[in-house]
Design a binder for this molecule. Structure first.
Ligand SMILES: C[S@@+](CC[C@H](N)C(=O)[O-])C[C@H]1O[C@@H](n2cnc3c(N)ncnc32)[C@H](O)[C@@H]1O
Length: 253
């Protein structure tokens, strides 16, 4: 795939999803907590989110810590949604791709992605760029789905089981991500799983396909899953579990 093809693909897809993402995607509290604590973010920190989308995580990090925050995304409509959020005042929202981080060397304390690694065509280049723009001692974090998570996430995997094969095919494996993080020169690499039990009251995010794999299964499978989810929610809220794999690496001091 050429750079131009990659640009066109990402822009088309994610500009189309921007309204649904702004309305339905929420931060995962344990992921946010780990970014803040393990990332050691405070008012002196400089933070970059690559593939920031509508800016859920970065807005919260900025509000909680007053760190200097930069959000990068190739989809202009995602960035417009982020800019429209008054809580996000002061954050720099910039258009760009993971493979070229247009920032000076050693600028950031934390560079992270959430739900983006499977969209990056040149992942090793991204990790090398992250290494370049991090200060010595700075950290990189990749928040994504492992193979186990893809098969167990509720209600996505349980109500829309067709997403499992789709996601296993498009996500990098945990092993690949660990290898690429190490190949870029990061040290002290650790992986952890963030788990978040929550009650689901409303199927609107699934009805509006606010999760990209719902666009990749056939229409009949999506309708079947949605009908089952809506029927079960008639009997009351559902206890669900969100899981994320977090892979941390550090630039040697
Ligand atoms: C699933 S969304 C995640 C958004 C945000 N991180 C969140 O968790 O809400 C994926 C985002 O990655 C962006 N993206 C796609 N390809 C990219 C690339 N090559 N480099 C950087 N971002 C990319 C999309 O535009 C989209 O906003």
């Amino acid at each position: 795939m050429t750079n131009q093809e990659e640009n066109q693909r990402s822009r088309q897809d994610f500009n189309t999803f921007a309204d649904e993402y702004a309305q339905f995607r929420k931060i995962d509290p344990p992921v946010l907590e780990d970014l803040l604590v393990r990332g050691n973010i405070n008012a002196e920190s400089v933070v970059l989110e690559v593939g920031c989308g509508t800016g859920n995580y970065l807005t919260e990090i900025s509000a909680r810590t007053h760190a200097a925050c930069y959000g990068l995304d190739p989809a202009e409509k995602m960035l417009s949604q982020a800019r429209a959020n008054l809580r996000a005042n002061g954050i720099q929202w910039l258009m760009g791709y993971a493979r070229h981080l247009d920032f000076p060397d050693e600028m950031f304390d934390l560079v992270y992605t959430v739900d983006v690694s499977h969209h990056i065509q040149h992942r090793l280049t991204y990790f090398q760029e992250a290494m370049r723009v991090l200060k010595p001692g700075g950290k990189v974090c990749t928040v994504t789905d492992s193979e186990w998570i893809i098969s167990h996430r509720e209600p996505l995997a349980t109500y829309f089981p067709e997403t499992i094969a789709v996601n296993l095919a498009r996500y990098p494996t945990t092993h690949e991500l660990l290898e690429e993080t190490a190949a870029a020169g990061f040290v002290n690499i650790v992986e952890k799983m963030a788990e978040y039990p929550y009650m689901l009251y409303d199927p609107a995010g699934y009805r509006n396909k606010a999760y990209s794999s719902l666009h990749l299964i056939d229409e009949a499978a999506w309708r079947r899953g949605l009908a089952r989810l809506e029927a079960d929610l008639q009997n009351g809220p559902l206890l669900c579990h969100s899981y994320y794999l977090m892979i941390w690496g550090e630039k040697a001091a």
